[in-house]
Design a protein around this ligand. Structure first.
Ligand code: IVH
Length: 716
């Protein structure tokens, strides 16, 4: 009887209905947490709690398979590999941006002048309002949402037709699978998929550990991951996303959104849960565009991802419509580039340099190439294993990278592009071969490590398990002696002003200085005997040498150049033992008591002090008058700020960053470079930038100079 049937199915139905409500609640919770974690970088619950709720959702969905929907957070990975990528015709073409090749500020002026001319603005008309953004170095993506659900993700392709990569994009946690209910029925979000540099390094590290091919750069790795056929592979590649615009959107007449400005549109995207770069800002007229270009140039190397320039867009959407397009580029936007950080050139030879620790570094001699704003003729190859792994040979076409002050490096090889038919291009960059090793059947290296030091002729050895070859000559090797002297004189070590590379070369090559204490014995006559040395410079250097004698134990220890003993370890040692003699007499076990000193460091210190000639050097330096205040050992944990992590940002009135750091460290605090959940205080001075923003975002206590002094227990 129908009535009875109804009675029977009623409880089952309500069970399903209840599950549906529960599932919805769990999904909302997970989506919110995932957004906080992946987009805002501000997790709200421990990972374990997230996992617990996630598993609860999985269990419920397993019980009610009919309730599983593609936009459920459990469905990010899954689905079978595709046989091939399907072409997608874009509803609104994905345009490119005109590139202003003039990397000087004039580039921004030229764009502003063009916009003003096209708009018919008089010279005395008010400045045009723009939005300035970063030009991310990844690949463009179109995300199509229908009724708030992600239905398709497509690459740009040729602008008209791209490829369907939804299966891979779904695996990206930063990309919402479902949007809040206030979105228009059709919404296409456009932006850039990229890989952060640290994620790229970690990926390569993992590849290396597994003995697999390494990738050349974040951009091509991201492009390769997005175009994978198997979403399981893409899911393992840490991809990220920044939104910067719209594609097709339900028109205003049909109830779609009505924005006045591009900036409003970006704010709305942020509201809907898309990552929008924090640097994005409104800018008035050419002068503010120029200021933005300069500010980002200075920040570029500190950004966690690669950019190749900035983008300026006319802010008013009405003005954008008025300006329109020219061929395939909008007249209302321009890309203002920075010098490229990666270029292709040829390796003409490989030289071997000997460093302070005796490490032999193979250095590629390159056909000169303009990278990262300078002409580069040498690039490090790190060690023999890196050469082998990258399959580098003398004569190869290679990709050279130079970012910021970083030493240029050879990142990988390219076959001659002209005769390689398999090369494909993604946004104008060849990917097939860049993505991993060149497809060589057999790699026959044409470089060998020398068996004897190219500088002093001593034997070259490689310790088991070590990647590096070393010269065994020690301070007998002039190369090591020079580096040891430069390290000793460095600002953070003995701080001997004026003792630079040229002078050290002269002193060592002229056999004036053999060991560190010789520095304090040169005297005026010895100095004046050097070529190109004037009376004034000689006097200055002697004064600097004299001044350096009064130092600290930590600086002295660091200056000795003991392997693995960096500035921080030297400070820890000095603090822990209080006096040099206590360190000289310490056993390995006692050394291990020092915070952050592990077996490798303890062994290195022990080995150093076990060499009679090293002890001799230490004694002679003391005999020459090098001295420092000594005191009783200080227990780290008894210091007032022990266990506290502090980050400094911006400029403080009347206090240098170095001094602030020294004061904090003396009080036991750790001074870190970046703000995280673990930071206890951020000390913000004038012009504090992203670190301050991050602190506020994470709710970390922010101090000014007065606050800092109070923390240190002193009056400002
Ligand atoms: S807007 C109509 N904004 O640059 C303008 N593009 O040639 C459409 N890109 O491959 C693009 N950062 O993926 C825009 N902040 C940004 C961008 C950006 C990087 C890339 C884009 C495309 C190329 C445009």
């Amino acid at each position: 009887m129908p009535k009875n049937l109804d009675l029977f199915s009623a409880p089952a139905q309500s069970e399903q209905a209840q599950a549906a409500i529960k599932i919805e609640a769990l999904r909302q919770q997970i989506n919110r947490w995932a957004h906080l974690y992946y987009v805002q970088d501000a997790p709200e619950v421990p990972d374990a709690e997230y996992d617990r709720v996630f598993r609860a959702l999985q269990a419920l969905e397993a019980q009610f398979p009919g309730l599983v929907t593609p936009e459920s957070p459990t469905q990010r990975v899954g689905g079978a590999p595709r046989p091939e990528l399907t072409p997608v015709r874009h509803a609104v073409p994905m345009l490119s941006i005109h590139t202003e090749t003039d990397v000087s500020p004039a580039g921004a002026q030229a764009f502003d002048a063009r916009v003003r001319r096209e708009l018919g603005l008089a010279a005395d008309a008010p400045p045009v309002a723009y939005v300035a953004e970063l030009k991310f170095d990844g690949l463009a993506m179109n995300l199509r949402y229908e009724a708030g659900v992600l239905v398709q993700a497509a690459t740009r392709g040729d602008g008209e037709v791209g490829e369907d990569v939804t299966h891979n994009i779904r695996t990206m946690r930063q990309i919402p699978l479902r949007l809040p209910s206030d979105v228009p029925p059709v919404l296409e979000v456009r932006g850039e998929v990229y890989m952060a540099r640290a994620d790229f390094e970690n990926l390569n590290e993992a590849q290396r550990e597994r003995g697999q091919k390494t990738f050349i750069n974040p951009r091509n790795t991201a492009a390769g991951a997005v175009r994978q056929l198997d979403p399981a592979i893409a899911a393992q590649r840490p991809l990220k996303f920044f939104a910067y615009g719209f594609g097709e959107v339900t028109p205003v007449e049909q109830g779609g959104p009505d924005f006045a400005t591009h900036f409003d549109l970006l704010q709305q995207l942020k509201q809907w849960g898309f990552p929008v770069a924090a640097q994005t800002t409104q800018a008035l007229g050419a002068s503010e565009l120029i200021a933005f270009h300069e500010r980002i140039a200075a920040e570029r190397d500190q950004l966690p991802y690669d950019i190749d320039g900035v983008v300026y867009k006319v802010d008013s959407l009405a003005l954008q419509r008025q300006l329109g397009f020219k061929t395939r580029e909008p007249r209302w936007a321009v890309a203002h580039k920075y010098p490229a950080q990666e270029m292709v050139t040829r390796i003409e030879g490989i030289d071997v340099q000997v460093g302070r620790t005796g490490k032999l570094t193979p250095v590629a001699r390159l056909a000169p190439v303009f990278v990262g704003g300078v002409t580069v003729t040498n690039a490090t190859l790190h060690n023999l294993f890196e050469i082998r792994k990258k399959g580098v040979r003398v004569g190869d076409q290679v990709v050279v990278r130079r970012a910021g002050d970083v030493i240029p490096e050879v990142v990988g090889t390219l076959p001659p592009l002209a005769d390689s038919p398999e090369v494909i291009f993604v946004d104008g960059v060849p990917v097939k071969h860049i993505h991993g090793h060149p497809p060589r059947e057999t790699y026959v290296p044409n470089f060998r490590m020398p068996t004897h030091c190219p500088i002093c002729g001593s034997d070259v050895v490689r310790e088991p398990g070590e990647a590096n070859h070393r010269c065994t000559g020690g301070l007998f090797c002039p190369a090591q002696r020079k580096e040891a002297l430069l390290h000793f004189a460095a600002r953070r070590a003995m701080d001997i002003d004026g003792l630079g590379e040229k002078l050290v070369d002269q002193l060592v090559d002229g056999a004036v200085v053999h060991t560190l204490p010789d520095l304090y014995r040169i005297g005026l006559v010895g100095l004046l005997a050097l070529e190109r040395m004037g009376e004034k410079s000689a006097q200055n250097l002697l004064a600097a040498l004299e001044k350096s004698k009064s130092t600290t134990l930590a600086r002295f220890l660091f200056a000795l150049g003991i392997r693995h003993v960096g500035e921080a370890t030297a400070k820890d040692l000095a603090r822990h033992f209080g006096s040099l003699d206590a360190i000289l007499n310490a056993t390995t076990e006692e050394l291990l008591q020092v915070p952050d000193v592990g077996p490798v460091v303890a062994e290195a210190i022990h080995t150093f002090l076990a060499q009679p000639h090293n002890l001799e050097v230490v004694e002679q330096l003391r005999a020459c008058g090098v001295h420092w205040p000594e005191g009783p050992p200080v227990e780290r944990t008894t210091l007032p700020l022990a266990g506290q992590t502090v980050v400094l940002t911006g400029t403080l009135p009347t206090l240098t960053r170095e001094d602030a750091k020294a004061m904090l460290e003396a009080a036991g605090a750790k001074v870190a470079g970046s703000v995280s959940k673990k930071t206890h205080y951020v000390v913000a001075g004038e012009d504090a930038g992203s670190k301050l923003a991050k602190a506020q975002e994470l709710g970390v206590a922010v101090l000014d100079k007065t606050g800092l002094m109070a923390l240190l227990g002193k009056s400002a």
